[in-house]
Design a protein around this ligand. Sequence first.
Ligand code: 2DT
Ligand code: MG
Length: 210
Amino acid sequence: MRTAKRGAFIVLEGCDRSGKSSQSRLLYEFLTSNGYPAKHMHFPSRTTEIGSTINSYLKNSKELNDQVIHLLFSANRWEFLKEMQNLLNTGTTLIVDRYSYSGVAYSVAKGMDFDWCMAPEKGLLRPDAVFYLKAPIDYLIQRDDFGRERYEKKDFQSKVANVFDRLCEEQTEFWHSIDASQSEAVVFEDIRLKAMSVLNKAKHKPLCLL
Ligand code: 2DT
Ligand code: MG
């Protein structure tokens, strides 16, 4: 019997074109078609006013200094805190495509201070698991559509990957590195098995904060 006290909070992280969107959608579809209440979210959420400013920045139609855009990305997560908390507490599992770790990784890759970047994330919900989709940058830049937005440049993506690697090494209790250079089906099988284990454990754990 499924009496999930609360849903699990699962985040997918990784460089651009690493397959996060496809895999998070597959996981969402798998869960809902098997009777687990779930919601699929993506950060940045470009639907709010803050999100629309972020969108203009990413499309290179607006310039903002590094600190301002960093804080807007963070504010965009704060906009959804209450909704996420309510959903989790009423038994819905959240599958979230990018979160605070992208916030830190992309800004630190610009040369910004790690602790400064992490500070505005403090008090947001901490995920039960982060699935880090990792693949060589040379492989990712060959995928369709790479290069359209501001950050989609090879050297920059390598720096972002270094920060994700560091986070993954430091937070082994809830980070899981996934080989994203495998086929979509093989990657999904890995994610599905890990996700089911996370769902079962999360039921008994309180929600924590970053
Ligand atoms: P998508 O391609 O996934 O839409 O992301 N980013 C994202 C940041 O720099 N900080 C953040 O906090 C988040 C969530 C990653 C668009 C780009 O925005 C970057 C790529
Ligand atoms: Mg992108």
